[in-house]
Design a protein around this ligand. Sequence first.
Ligand SMILES: Nc1ncnc2c1ncn2[C@@H]1O[C@H](COP(=O)(O)OP(=O)(O)OP(=O)(O)O)[C@@H](O)[C@H]1O
Length: 255
Amino acid sequence: MNHPPAIKLSHISKIYANGTVALKDLNLAIPEAQFVSLVGSSGCGKSTVLRLIAGLGQMSSGTIDWGLPAQARKLAFVFQDAALMPWANVKENVRLPLKLAKVAVKDAESLVEKTLALVGLEKCQHSYPRELSGGMKMRVSIARALVTQPNILLMDEPFGALDEITRSKLNSDLLDLWDQQRWTVVFVTHNIYEAVYLSNRVLVMGTNPGRVVADIEIAAPYPRNDSFRTSSVYMEYCREVSQALAIAMDYSNSI
Ligand SMILES: Nc1ncnc2c1ncn2[C@@H]1O[C@H](COP(=O)(O)OP(=O)(O)OP(=O)(O)O)[C@@H](O)[C@H]1O
């Protein structure tokens, strides 16, 4: 049976108030439970796409259609900056969205505990953000998104500020979680290696105006692990994405 896509963007354009044409006639269909990365040079409109999907801003034209009706759709957003509340400990930070959504205390408690365990934060649940490394802060930020039990996860360069080893560990942990939970993920990154490692599909965007110029399926099976990272198949996909990116940049520079 053919399911409708979880998210379908049709003929999306976005012109900001200052006249910047961030997106023009962007079309994109993301099936349910797919892990999709958006890569592209700075300013090509990756974050704009995520923000429009999240409903944070209005499109100038075009439509977004959803596989799930509004009441069943649960989106969560993870930003590069973990933006934790400094006065609250890890557990309180993770509980915050449930508090805002007025979830009953007992239900919230069990959801928070389950989520802390899921992302490996039980041991530091009483720590404050100032006591955490960048990687741990990002785990808290991911936990704060997952505690709402999303079915669509939007991630805007979540690991962009982390060192390579921490990024690589968080990539593996995120993929393990996705394997269990199968949210639909739209992941923005500048890092080709990260995009190929994580994704079912890598979409390369071109600039001026922002649009999708290449749609590359990463057909390697999951679960993926370090042996995938060191395989020739992986390197071949990285090369393919890198070439598509170079073509997109050349084209953008020539117009
Ligand atoms: N609020 C805004 N007002 C005016 N222009 C904006 C606004 N937000 C983004 N832009 C412009 O729209 C274009 C796309 O921006 P966007 O942040 O979506 O790109 P990006 O690909 O995510 O960039 P980066 O990789 O640097 O984060 C850029 O030219 C940017 O300067």
